[in-house]
Design a protein around this ligand. Sequence first.
Ligand SMILES: Cc1cc2nc3c(=O)[nH]c(=O)nc-3n(C[C@H](O)[C@H](O)[C@H](O)COP(=O)(O)O)c2cc1C
Length: 203
Amino acid sequence: METSPVFTMHMSNSQLLIPPDAVISHLMTRFSMGIKYLVEPGPNEVQLRQIAQIALRAPDHGELIPFRLCVVQGHGRERLADLFETYARLNGKNDEACSIERERALRAPISIAIIGKVIEHHQVPVHEQWTCIGGAVTNILNAVHLMGFAGKMLSGDKVRDPSIAAAFCENGETLLGWISIGTPTKPLGTCREKSVDTILSFF
Ligand SMILES: Cc1cc2nc3c(=O)[nH]c(=O)nc-3n(C[C@H](O)[C@H](O)[C@H](O)COP(=O)(O)O)c2cc1C
């Protein structure tokens, strides 16, 4: 495949180690990986900053940057586990269910909380701002995949729990969920194949 001018222009002196056609093929093999299959190591600080940089490349009408990211790692995982356990107990879960909830916070080496900062705007409706946030999530998952890690976006009722939301959000912000990230312990790509023909037409 011929090298695209964009790659020639921007990537010739960069750290891009994979040829463009291999990047395309690699992106096609991104699948989510559940937390029970994620182990150490997760991305280091340099990689986390690159991941955040790539999140910022999501299409963003009006450059509102309608999201921010909060990394949960190290002791932060214990804090999150405490919040999850408290949530489970208050919802009448038994000991076993509570420890499963703790595990959800402790399993993956890194989780990145996705926090929506959607505002009323005269030119950029709310759905466009959420589209940007979705783009950021996808960019993060693709970056993680290209770095050789795996991840999964997770939410659940917990994101709407006032104590959990307050641990991450300022006034007016919304907790979308967490992207769990780590090194995969099994091969990716076990999901059902989706057909391009169901989504693609030409006008
Ligand atoms: C905002 C958001 C929240 C999600 N929350 C959950 C969740 O709580 N539990 C879950 O199993 N999947 C959840 N998913 C779906 C998974 O992240 C994943 O996309 C899905 O399992 C399909 O896998 P794939 O990415 O390999 O196609 C969520 C996805 C998004 C975008």
